[in-house]
Design a protein around this ligand. Structure first.
Ligand code: GLN
Length: 241
């Protein structure tokens, strides 16, 4: 089996170690004998996005986001179709904001989004910074997801969400919800990077992508002790069991 992962704008959207998500996806595939091709896609790349099984877009500074927004609009149709056709997409923070209609940055500039999904994000006073623990809505076991957030933007939407906040702020610091799930597209404010400490989320992404191409129902079990030790350390810190 083989997966092609497109890392979108790794030079402009890579806050708080977001590239660790790519490494984690790659290693957990390779440990199971699944071949992985990583494609780095950035401004002026001439790459056929149609070959992609998993799209990944990290978070960015307001400046990085505005550069990406201007380049990415030309791929609006391709990405909309890919998401509608159930391509797997993981978008973190700035990347998550980018899939919506627009982002009003910290100084009030409106950065248009791809409009692939129907939501807007607006910066408000005070950044939302710190560790986050969620109870996930994907039905994954264990139920918790852990990560780190640092964003000024607040996002409100009517899509399904990735989880309910147990500690931290999430989408907007008000409705106790985090992230967005539409078909096989996940948007989240969780950096960390999020995947290495949440191997159940990584495996969910890998399995969902493999299911699009192969007759497969579950992944081979691999040793997760170290990953869950890191995950559980966060839960211990906040007294969540
Ligand atoms: N610049 C955006 C914000 O502050 C996204 C930040 C991020 O990706 N961490 O809301």
């Amino acid at each position: 089996m083989e997966l092609t992962i497109c890392h979108m704008y790794p030079d402009l959207l890579n806050l708080y170690g977001d590239i660790g998500n790519i490494i984690n996806l790659k290693k957990r595939c390779e440990w199971r004998g699944i071949k992985v091709n990583i494609v780095n896609f950035t401004v002026d790349s001439d790459i056929d996005l149609g070959e992609t099984d998993v799209f990944f877009m990290g978070g960015g500074s307001d400046r990085g986001q505005s550069i990406v927004y201007s380049d990415l609009t030309q791929y609006q149709k391709i990405l909309t179709n890919a998401i509608e056709d159930r391509a797997v997409f993981l978008a973190i923070c700035g990347g998550y904001q980018l899939l919506g209609e627009s982002y009003i940055d910290a100084v009030g500039n409106r950065i248009p989004g791809l409009g692939v999904l129907d939501y807007t994000t607006e910066s408000e006073d005070g950044r939302l910074i710190g560790n986050v623990v969620l109870k996930n809505h994907l039905g994954l076991k264990p139920e918790t997801l852990v990560g780190f957030e640092n964003h000024g933007g607040r996002t409100y939407h009517d899509y399904d969400t990735l989880g309910t906040i147990l500690t931290g702020n999430g989408n907007n610091g008000k409705d106790n919800l985090e992230g967005m799930v539409y078909k096989n597209c996940i948007g989240t404010y969780l950096h960390g990077p999020v995947l290495p400490k949440n191997p159940h989320l990584t495996d969910h992404i890998i399995l969902t992508a493999l299911k699009q191409k192969y007759d497969i129902n579950k992944l081979e079990q691999i040793d997760d002790k170290l990953e869950y030790k890191a995950h559980n350390n966060v839960l211990d810190r906040y007294g969540i069991y």
